[in-house]
Design a binder for this molecule. Sequence first.
Ligand code: NAI
Length: 347
Amino acid sequence: MLTIKKLKVPGFEAVIEGRDPSTHMHCFIAVHSTKLGPALGGVRIYPYASEAAALEDALNLAKAMTVKSALADVPLGGGKSVMIADSKTQKTSAMLLSFAEVVESLRGDYIVAEDVGSSVEDMLIIREKTTHVAAMPTKRSSGDPSPFTAFGVLRGIESVLKKLTGSPSLENKTIAIQGLGHVGSHLADLLFLAGAKLLVADIDQERAKDIARKYGGKVVSPEEIYRIHSDVFSPCAMGGVLNEKTIKELSCKAIAGSANNQLESEALDELIRKRHILYAPDFAINAGGLINASLEFGKEGYDPRVSRNKVNKIFDILSLIFHRAEIEGKGTNAIALALANEKLSGS
Ligand code: NAI
């Protein structure tokens, strides 16, 4: 039987825990803010080590969605959900349907989409029990967000290169990609075609080997990817990868990738600045998928051309962040947060 428990978490509009032992479903949904619109955010299906770790991830990811929406100028709020399960071995339709009932209980304050461990096909299953779902592979929906996220990351990397070298050209630039899943693999395609040299790492060695073989790139180990010399390190796997240890190891000129919540703590922004590494704040550079999904909700309906043109603006948003960070002598993450908060407070 499904039970839904409300949790009180300061600073959040709603946090709920759903459990259904009959389908082995255990989830948390966090709605951080609906100030700018309903809170859209993916569902992460992951074998978390503990319930506390799952809840913490949902809260941190939901908070990041609020600033991501504000900075990207989309009429959506910030929310996210997590389900405790191994997506490869434990995910079932019954589990997704129980989860859908928990989504439905929030009556549209939260809209679910895909994230790590979930797919656009999963959204079709969830759709059977709730209408509050986006990014489905149907005619009226926006479909897989990953190609648009990857395109936004490409434009972000070009913005980084413009700042560092005066030109956005990727010709002969070395990009080290960590994680070759939905976003990382699309990004590899785009970077290769734009002239870049690729260094690739994934805990799934076969994925890394496939991409390296396809594009004449080089496979490096998941440990080595931090230390390897590159122009841009592109984290496209999990969050928290930028910590005191890894930042000291980095041998790149810039960090620009899709992973959410890359900084283990916000203060590390300053350590990256002191190392003279240019950081493209994750919630600024990875907004492509969110922008794409947001267009489902407009009066005109979804149009991929409008999406492409809006995602393209990530280049300019990052240029502005880099400029302000330089003028004010602050870290880029702090500046991006300030810009998002200006939008949230209507100033
Ligand atoms: P995914 O699950 O398809 O791919 C993640 C990849 O990273 C997998 O190939 C996995 O084996 C690999 N990986 C995991 N841990 C690793 C490690 N320690 N070292 C190297 N590789 C590792 O996920 P997806 O959709 O590609 O997302 C990647 C990141 O981008 C996530 O943090 C996600 O939250 C974020 N993101 C994704 C968006 C999207 O449109 N899919 C939108 C915005 C952010």
